[in-house]
Write a protein that binds this ligand. Structure first.
Ligand code: GCO
Ligand code: MN
Ligand code: MN
Length: 388
């Protein structure tokens, strides 16, 4: 059994809205008293987290006066120093206020779109001023229930104009921010534009500054849609676009549960941690989850430390998997190599193609190759179950 105590180099982060989540749901009122931002920093720091992230209004309420704002910022900055906590990411609340009931960037109303841009620029000033390097865009209200209300192509164009504008704003201010787009299929809208990470990966290539923009995939969101989250993250990573990640857990096909990381889908979470560790992903590991509504403040701490502890347990298991001789032996046997054929199949030229077309390849013989996936999967499960 390893030491599962988090350290700063693990880069574990929490949103002010996660530890501070009061447990409100569509059917019930809050079950926990609100926590001030500086109190959340204290909890995160004492539990060993690296950083906290926020929406503009998690930190500064939308109607705060200038003096309230100054006081909050003073307390917050002091707590960041006292508990050695960073702010690696910031984002904007473009979903709570009634003005956003039909979206922010994709609203049918030009005045709402202007207000959304203005709000993001102020929030970028706030985030960058506190050291954020990544800026997340989760378009929670960017969608529809009534398809008659909006041509989705207009929604997509308005969203593109906004991101292009904000990239230029970041450059003009010298902020050096990277933007991370977070997909979700539905909730709170009936349907949200850009429902999966893959949709965003395609969209990014149509931007003026694709190099500044990547994705922020969330376990719960791809899982709601019944997709394999591990595959989505791998695709983002392979494209050089994994700028941030939201870790939590979820059962497929349900509302956005935002459960403690690793509490439901052990296998996907195991492969996810293995991917993040093997790849040397250097970004934040952000837990965008919250405690069950049954919990009091002690339960909130159990939840937050549980997220980090589970990650570290899975990290240890991933290492064990990589070092397991039987597993590695199976993988070598499964993955047949053939340097001559591989050279022919790579870097097309007409000559290679002619040679390949003329090769004698005996498909029946090729198909005899033994795969042993049952064994491989059993051994993997045994590592996850803790008996290997
Ligand atoms: C959700 C989202 C949010 C975003 C956050 C950052 O489903 O509620 O995951 O938590 O991650 O708004 O943009
Ligand atoms: Mn979520
Ligand atoms: Mn999220």
């Amino acid at each position: 059994m390893g030491d599962y105590t988090p350290s700063k180099s693990d880069k574990f982060t929490f949103g002010l809205w996660t530890i501070g989540n009061p447990g409100r749901d569509p059917f019930g009122e809050p079950v926990r008293p609100p926590l001030a931002p500086h109190e959340i920093v204290k909890i995160a720091g004492e539990l060993g987290a690296y950083g906290v992230n926020f929406h503009d209004n998690d930190l500064i309420p939308i109607d705060a006066t200038a003096s309230q704002r100054d006081q909050i910022l003073t307390d917050f900055k002091r707590a960041l120093e006292d508990y050695d906590v960073k702010v690696p990411m910031a984002t904007t609340n473009l979903f709570s206020d009634p003005v956003f009931r039909d979206g922010g960037f994709t609203s049918n109303d030009a005045q709402v779109r202007a207000y959304a841009l203005q709000k993001v620029m102020h929030a970028m000033d706030l985030g960058a001023g506190l050291g954020a390097e990544v800026y997340v865009f989760w378009g929670g209200r960017e969608g529809t229930e009534v398809d008659a209300s909006k041509d989705p192509r207009d929604g997509i164009k308005w969203f593109r104009e906004a991101i292009d504008y904000l990239c230029e704003y970041s450059i003009s201010q010298g902020y050096d921010l990277k933007f991370a787009l977070e997909a979700k299929p539905n909730e709170p809208r009936g349907d949200i534009f850009f429902p999966t990470t893959g949709h965003y990966l395609a969209f990014i290539q149509t931007l003026e500054h694709p190099e500044m923009v990547g994705v922020n995939p969330e376990v719960a969101h791809e899982t709601m849609a019944g997709l394999n989250f591990f595959h989505g993250v791998a695709q983002a990573m392979e494209a050089g676009k994994l700028f941030h990640i939201d870790l939590n857990d979820q059962r497929p096909g349900r509302y956005d549960q935002d459960f403690r990381f690793g509490s439901e889908s052990f296998k996907i979470c195991f492969f996810l941690v293995k991917l993040l560790e093997d790849s040397g992903y250097g970004g934040s590991k952000h837990f965008d989850a919250h405690a069950y509504r049954t919990e009091d403040i002690d339960g909130v701490k159990d939840f937050a430390s549980g997220c980090m502890r589970t990650y570290l347990i899975l990290k240890e298991k991933a290492k064990r998997w990589n070092e397991d001789k039987e597993i590695q032996g199976l993988l070598t046997q499964i993955r047949r190599e053939d340097p001559e054929l591989e050279a022919l199949c790579r870097d097309f030229n007409p000559n290679k193609a002619e040679i390949l077309k003329g090769k004698k390849l005996d498909r029946k013989k090729i198909a005899e190759h033994s795969l042993r996936y049952e064994k491989l999967d059993q051994l993997t499960c045994e590592i996850i179950y803790g008996v290997r």
